[in-house]
Design a protein around this ligand. Structure first.
Ligand code: AMP
Length: 524
């Protein structure tokens, strides 16, 4: 990052001269016997979190893991994931959080690209055993010398003979803490270097805006190996002394039960999971707790109908949040007017964030006009690991998100989708979100995804994937419904495919790649 800007971030107090290894000890001193994490009967206080992190750090050293080593961490949401993170930070190892759903192709490629030295892994999750996966990754990436399974980590946490030696080379606040995975829906994720200082700044800002405090109970509903849930969720709760409640599976019945049982005050969901929770609402009604105050929705486009349905069903405030592992985060504020919460993803979390909405020549467009969102600031990277894909950054250090967005006159930003999702049918531009909104207005349509695809006649045609609650509904019924509405004729889908459910990615977003494959199979 540009040295002048780093100087400014330090001077203005955005970057603290602390590492996550320092912070876990600070939190232990501050919050001591308060509950940091809970997973059923398995609990950990702040004091224990710091102690276990220290024991794990000592165990990692014994296993040959050193400062600067890159370590894959592919663990599910259990209590042990917390000291595992901080044990690695304590010795200055660089953590690569890997979603539990990633498999051999992706993990091996990530391990090779990062020249990872070690692999911390859950042994079994639901019906999948990770043993064969770790073996395959070690065979593919020969730098991976050490594999440690969760059971072993648990034993180290209880081993009082594990003590950190004196004179350990300490990591610095501006050293790399994480190599996060980029969220692209295609190909192998890119690696994103985030330092202790820049990452912790985003954590503090999110915690402040969400109003987290010692009485907060955060439900970790989604994988704690994705930055959305690491940032506001796990670390945000820790920095304010609250409690993180682990959900082992992001299934609606489990989430709704935990909200009730653990008196959860806040959680974060991707839209697909939020929709599933809403469908279980009749069961939720039986639960008595009204503890939930704030529900964060983000990670993918959130429709206004989903926001209002969640607010009325769960009797809580919704916060729309937009962000990415590369850094920049915007969100609505709990006291924003309804219009902003329904129709926008809010504004920058830091006064030092710089967001520009630009045209194809990187020139800023006026408010109200759609363009690509580019961003720079105290926690947004200006290059990828190994400087791959330099075209994703402007010469003056802005990250090109590839997201299409518009700045409203009230300063809030509305994200419209991916730049490359805009369908160009014979010169006419169609934004999928518009067609999806029109489809969702049909009373029997539960959800819709619209994609452009190659067509020999028009160049590009429009396909709508529809989730429908009425099995007798036909393509003709939907077409007739759209014709009767306000959608322009040229935006009508050429093809409608009915689905029973949408395929989801490793972090619960709609898997567009899988939908394209489905379409190719139907076309053949
Ligand atoms: P990831 O790095 O996995 O968090 O993915 C980041 C990408 O997810 C962004 O570049 C957006 O394309 C998408 N995204 C995240 N939050 C939102 C949101 N609230 N609305 C629309 N797209 C979103």
């Amino acid at each position: 990052m540009n040295a002048n800007r780093v100087k400014e971030y330090i001077e203005k107090g955005f970057w603290l001269k602390k590492t996550y290894g320092d912070l876990v000890q600070e939190w232990a001193a501050q919050y001591g016997g308060r509950l940091a994490v809970r997973d059923g009967d398995d609990t950990m206080t702040y004091r224990q979190l710091a102690l276990y992190a220290e024991r794990l750090a000592a165990a990692f050293l014994k296993k040959g893991i050193r400062k600067g080593d890159r370590v894959l961490l592919q663990m599910c949401n259990t209590v042990t994931i917390a000291p595992a993170y901080f044990g690695l930070f304590r010795i200055g190892a660089v953590v690569i959080p890997v979603y539990p759903a990633l498999r051999e192709t992706e993990v091996s490629a990530i391990a090779k690209e990062a020249e990872a030295a070690a692999y911390l892994c859950t042994e079994q999750y639901l019906d999948f055993s990770y043993r064969a996966l770790t073996e395959a990754v070690c065979a593919a990436a020969e730098t991976v010398r050490t594999v440690i399974y969760e059971q072993e980590l648990k034993e180290y946490c209880q081993d009082a003979s594990l003590v950190l030696p004196d004179g350990l080379p300490a990591p610095a606040f501006d050293d790399t803490a994480f190599l996060l995975l980029s969220g692209g829906s295609t190909g192998i994720p890119k690696l994103i270097e985030r330092t202790h200082a820049d990452h912790y700044y985003s954590v503090r800002k999110c915690a402040e805006i969400c109003g987290l405090d010692k009485n907060s109970v955060y439900l970790a509903a989604m994988p704690l190996t994705h930055n959305f849930f690491i940032c506001t969720g796990l670390f945000g709760t820790f920095c304010t002394g609250g409690t993180v409640v682990m959900s082992y599976v992001p299934s609606p019945d489990e989430l709704l039960r935990l909200i009730d049982e653990a008196h959860v005050t806040m959680t974060s969901l991707v839209p697909a999971v939020a929709k599933m929770c809403l469908e279980m609402q009749p069961i939720f009604a039986e639960y008595g707790s009204d503890s939930l105050k704030l529900l964060q929705l983000g990670g993918a486009v959130v429709e206004p109908e989903l926001v209002s349905a969640c607010e009325s069903s769960f009797q809580c405030r919704v916060m729309q949040i937009y962000g990415m592992s590369e850094g920049i985060i915007t969100c609505t504020r709990p006291d924003d007017p309804a219009d902003a919460v329904l129709y926008s993803q809010g504004r920058e979390i830091s006064e030092a964030d710089e967001i520009r909405i630009v045209d194809e020549n990187l020139c800023e467009v006026p408010d109200g006009t759609a363009g690509e969102l580019i961003a720079r600031g105290p926690y947004t990277v200006d290059h990828y690991y190994h400087n791959i894909r330099p075209e994703k950054f402007t010469p003056d250090g802005f990250y090109r998100t590839g997201d299409r967005a518009v700045r409203r006159s009230d300063g809030n930003i509305t994200v419209l989708g991916r730049m490359d999702a805009v369908i160009n049918r014979g010169g006419e531009k169609i934004t999928p979100a518009e067609v999806e909104d029109a489809l969702r207005k049909h009373p029997a349509v539960r959800d819709a995804v619209v994609l452009g695809h190659d067509d020999p006649d028009t160049g590009t045609a429009v396909c709508a994937f529809v989730l429908c609650s009425d099995p007798s509904l036909t393509e003709q019924d939907i077409t007739a419904f759209l014709r009767g509405g306000s959608l322009a004729a040229f935006k009508q889908p050429d093809r409608i495919l009915f689905c029973t459910e949408f395929p989801l990615t490793a972090v619960g977003k709609t898997d567009v790649k899988a939908l394209r494959k489905m379409l190719d199979e139907v076309k053949e």
